[in-house]
Ligand binder design. Structure first.
Ligand code: GLN
Ligand code: ZN
Length: 756
């Protein structure tokens, strides 16, 4: 029974990768320095995993920005727009990821979207009709050489995104062809890669095919799957190479099992038993008639709680009984990319909570424990038992009724009331909430936190930056202003620090995209609001201007989704507890005179279950939570919400059920394509489609923005359109923000003239 790992966090224990990339982008270090830092992180990761006793260690899971973009690079799927502009590959790579605006160059970043139901973002591959592929990047192969120099006991296991998931995750540049037809061009390159790996004496390869959990795969996709894996099967038999095909984030869909009929014993399937352990029986029944091996994803790669050994051992034994020990492997459920690295860095979490937790490194030791227990070590099992003895009961459970979930009147009536009151011009302009989190701001908060400055000094400084931000917004002539979120380190952590039932970590960083990391808090008990959380600064801002300030809150689904959530009660119970807390805050803001309140739900889309059949259940509680938090206000108080995602076709009905007066949404990178969904559905409420991409440092031109406004105007009733950036501006510089917003208001002014 081999122990393996699907992927290890790559940001480095002190976020070395973040710093190195940012230094490189700012010309502070050379590409050689950058590669050296990358190498050091990789070597550390391998050494740790070897020490944890992992038999097969993942390789090629490291990436300077994103492993999907790495895959595009490996396969030579690089648009000429980028490839012809730079001498060094790494510069092409970063230009694809982030865009670039430097000297003569003005390249947009490629589209980025969320990785299944996680908060990780990947760069969407793009395909041309009859797209050709060919091995381009040597990163994968070089990494194996590096590995072999350092590690001699544990076996390297290169990780690749499987060909069908790669096609699935990408998009056709124009819709005149079907990307799955490209499989004939793509498969030979995968075969070539596998052959090169065989030449390098590689014995194990992991092909990630997470789309195997979908219940919506078309016949064509299933057919392509069969074709690909039957073909790969042939090289496996001829050479002593073993393949692990992984599924994760949900159960492997039963009807997709057909793909793996009659594959050789060198094939292994990996399944996620954390998301769904009841799939095991069916999978075992299937495999009993097959020769393939089975990898049990038994340790939660997405959450930070200790493994329940009793439960895991039961599953492992069940599998061994059916297939025999030789055919079984154990592993975390998915890549550990989604959890922090090492619990040993946490010094301030109380003992009774931390004792129940495990981060990436600890999870790998858990695999060892499980093996030891199987070999008869009773002590480890007994020790583990005490963390799972008593299930905590949910205490706060207020009755939720219709009255709590509905505004007084329907949207159309509210819209009239609000129009009369606010008198906004056509195409009102606003932003999503945050303004640049400069070094000074971060230092200010840090100094206050560490008692280096007094509360008084801190508050005076925050007042000053809020006033500056307001003056800047007034100068740019935005219609609805924000206070800028300067007091917030992070849109989740800020609230979780103030709510009971949450605890935050010191160093629990997780990669979100590129060099951007987040530090999800942990919900370990019932959530409760104990006092006002945002009222002070938002009402201060309002006191400084005659324009309206929009109060910004983080919504219940996002607070839940971007935290590590307790697993001893259903998710929705925790969501409702958070919703009650936000509801109280909304009421409090309204009571102090704030007339526009935005409840951010950027995570709503990513929380969507991967199987269509689970959507209804999900939206049922998610929408209920949002409405519980927002419906408490009077008709004339305008509720905004913001979601970041560029694909809404399939969820438009649910967005409409949120019944927010205004929804702002990411659309710039997809060039307003997503508005078709709103227009086809004839979405009633007001919408602010993002008119420029904030993930990139480039400043959009007036022309470009105007174009997008006009495009939006053809798809939506113009009286319902708001103009705003795609998302919050905290990752940008003031220079970028001011110039971009100026161009935005200029474009809006022109659009108003054109449309009035
Ligand atoms: N109000 C938040 C901000 O502007 C929203 C961020 C988000 O959507 N992720 O930063
Ligand atoms: Zn956003």
């Amino acid at each position: 029974m081999l122990k393996h790992n699907l992927g290890y966090p790559r940001i480095g224990i002190k976020r070395e990768l973040k710093k190195a990339c940012e230094d490189y982008w700012n010309n502070l270090i050379t590409s050689k320095d950058l590669f050296n830092i990358g190498k050091t992180i990789k070597i550390n990761n391998w050494k740790i995993q070897e020490k944890c006793g992992i038999d097969l260690i993942p390789c090629n899971d490291f990436s300077f920005y994103d492993h999907v973009l790495d895959m595009s690079f490996l396969l030579g799927n690089i648009s000429e727009v980028y490839s012809t502009k730079f001498k060094e590959d790494i510069d092409i790579y970063f230009a694809m990821a982030r865009g670039i605006q430097k000297n003569e160059l003005d390249l947009k970043a490629m589209e980025m979207t969320k990785w299944f139901n996680t908060n990780y973002h990947y760069i969407v591959p793009e395909f041309e009709p009859n797209q050709k592929f060919g091995i381009y990047s040597m990163k994968l192969f070089n990494e194996i050489d590096e590995y072999k120099e350092i590690i001699n006991k544990a076996i390297p296991k290169p990780v690749l995104i499987g060909p069908i998931s790669y096609l699935y995750l990408g998009k056709e540049k124009n819709k005149i062809f079907n990307k799955f037809d490209l499989v004939d061009n793509l498969l030979p390159i995968y075969i070539e890669i596998i052959q090169r790996l065989i030449q390098k004496n590689i014995k194990w390869i992991q092909l990630d095919e997470p789309i195997l959990v979908f219940d919506s795969l078309t016949d064509q996709i299933i057919k392509s799957f069969k074709y690909v894996y039957q073909t790969i099967n042939k090289i496996c038999d001829d050479n002593a190479i073993n393949i692990i095909v992984t599924s994760y984030f949900d159960s492997l869909e039963e009807k997709n099992l057909d793909i793996f009929k009659n594959l050789s014993s060198r094939f292994n399937l990996h399944i996620d038993l954390v998301e769904n352990y009841s799939q095991l029986t069916k999978i075992l029944d299937f495999l009993q008639k097959q020769k393939m091996g089975l990898s049990l994803g038994i340790i939660n790669g997405k959450n930070i709680w200790k493994n329940n050994y009793t439960h895991s051992i039961k599953l492992i034994k069940q599998a061994i009984l059916k297939l025999g020990k030789e055919r079984i492997m154990i592993a975390p459920s998915c890549s550990l990319l989604h959890i922090p690295i090492d619990l040993e860095c946490e010094t301030s979490i109380s003992k009774n909570i931390i004792n129940k937790m495990a981060f990436a490194k600890q999870k790998l030791y858990e695999l060892n424990d499980l093996e030891n227990i199987l070999n008869g070590n009773k002590e480890k099992l007994c020790n583990n038992l005490k963390y799972f003895d008593k299930k905590k009961q949910c205490i706060i459970k207020q009755q939720i009724t219709k009255v709590h979930l509905n505004r007084k009147n329907s949207f159309h009536i509210r819209q009239k009331t609000q129009q009369k009151k606010f008198q906004f011009p056509l195409f009102p302009t606003t932003t999503i909430g945050s303004f640049p989190q400069t070094k000074e701001i971060r230092k200010l908060r840090k100094n206050f936190k560490n008692n280096v400055i007094t509360k008084k000094t801190y508050e005076q400084c925050i007042q000053k930056v809020i006033i500056d931000a307001i003056r800047t917004q007034e100068k740019i002539n935005l219609d609805v202003l924000v206070h800028g979120e300067f007091e917030r380190n992070d849109m989740v952590e800020f609230f979780s620090d103030k709510l009971k039932g949450f605890v935050s970590t010191k160093n629990g960083w997780v990669q979100s995209y590129g060099s951007r990391c987040v530090k999800p808090p942990i919900i370990y008990a019932d959530v409760k609001r104990v006092s006002d959380m945002t009222v002070k600064w938002i009402s201060f801002a309002q006191s400084q201007t005659n324009k309206l300030i929009k109060g910004i809150l983080t919504g219940p689904v996002t607070l839940l989704k971007w935290s590590f959530v307790r697993d001893d009660q259903p998710y929705y119970e925790t969501a409702y507890q958070i919703a009650w807390a936000i509801r109280e805050e909304v009421k409090s803001l309204e009571n102090t005179g704030i007339q526009i309140i935005q409840i951010d739900e950027p995570a709503l889309r990513e929380g969507l279950p991967l199987k269509n059949k689970h959507w209804k259940f999900y939206f049922n509680w998610a929408i209920k939570a949002f409405r519980l938090s927002s419906s408490v206000v009077k008709d004339e108080t305008q509720i905004h919400t913001h979601i970041c995602y560029s694909e809404v076709n399939d969820i438009i009905k649910y967005l409409s059920d949120l019944d927010a007066d205004v929804i702002t949404i990411e659309t710039a990178r997809s060039k307003m394509e997503l508005l078709n969904a709103f227009s086809n559905f004839s979405y009633q409420n007001e919408i602010g489609p993002g008119v420029y991409d904030i993930h990139s440092p480039r400043i959009p031109e007036v022309k470009e923005i105007l174009n997008l406004i006009n495009k939006a105007s053809t798809k939506l009733p113009i009286k319902n359109i708001w103009i705003n950036p795609d998302c919050g501006l905290k990752t940008r510089t003031w220079h970028e923000v001011i110039n971009s917003l100026k161009n935005m208001t200029t474009a809006t002014k022109i659009a108003r003239q054109q449309h009035s």
